[in-house]
Design a binder for this molecule. Structure first.
Ligand code: URA
Length: 236
């Protein structure tokens, strides 16, 4: 039985290795297939807290002065007690239509990145800084970000991930409260103190939409290096 499981694991690792190499142009074999649950995780409690936070968001509508032409609030996706959280910028047209973050082309690339890490989308938590689609997919302004950020911070406090990956410049600058370029911020962890004594490491990296626009081996390698550091931090 355990030989069978070993063989299954080996097949998965080889298949994933091939996928990863094709995707990123680099060699990498993950050691484990999934993240262990966070110690002391209370999944139903976290799901309930996220639901009531969403209800408060819907009541307060912090986006209202800025965005009115949208279909759905795009709140989150994934495991409410995930050890790894991805934070994006704002929903696009596909996300607006479905109410789920990262389901369009950039989302498909994010899914590939997650599976190349040896993880599943269901096992991570995904949210955006901005919860409704900005008209014309415009980059959110500092004011718009400031209005929505408290809700993102509350989401982080509820999920309490061990590591956050900030996807793209607006999400990275928002979380780190820095104005630096991505080239300066990425490839290193930054401390995010979410409450006194609770610091979460944040890894800024390029947004999958940027990667799609600039799908060079160099950029893919950079993102993959950042994600490998994240896996190491998670003990994978
Ligand atoms: N880009 C983002 O930043 N978030 C999404 O949900 C989709 C695309």
């Amino acid at each position: 039985m355990s030989q069978q499981l070993d063989a299954q694991h080996a097949r998965r690792v080889v298949a994933q290795h091939a996928k990863t190499s094709a995707l990123f142009g680099v060699d990498f074999v993950p050691v484990k297939g999934s993240l262990e649950p966070r110690a002391g995780a209370n999944s139903s409690g976290a799901a309930k807290a996220l639901k009531s936070l969403r209800a408060r968001y819907e009541k307060e509508e912090p986006h209202k002065p800025y965005f009115t032409d949208y279909t759905n609030i795009v709140w989150d996706d994934g495991d409410p007690c995930a050890r790894l959280m991805f934070v994006g910028e704002a929903p696009g047209a596909d996300e607006d239509a479905s109410g789920k973050p990262f389901v369009g082309r950039a989302g498909q690339l994010l899914n590939k990145m997650i599976s190349a890490m040896g993880l599943s989308r269901e096992g991570v938590y995904i949210a955006n800084v901005i919860k409704v689609r900005p008209p014309g997919n415009a980059t959110p302004t500092a004011e718009e970000i400031a209005a929505s950020k408290p809700f993102l911070m509350e989401q982080i406090k509820i999920v309490r991930p061990d590591v956050i990956v900030a996807l793209g410049l607006p999400a990275s600058q928002c979380l780190l409260e820095k104005k630096d370029a991505m080239g300066k911020m990425r490839n290193q962890f930054h401390d995010l103190e979410i409450e006194p004594g609770l610091v979460i490491p944040v890894m800024p990296t390029y947004h999958p939409a940027y990667l799609l626009r600039s799908y060079t081996p160099e950029n893919r390698k950079k993102v993959w290096e950042d994600l490998q550091m994240v896996l190491t931090k998670l003990g994978q």
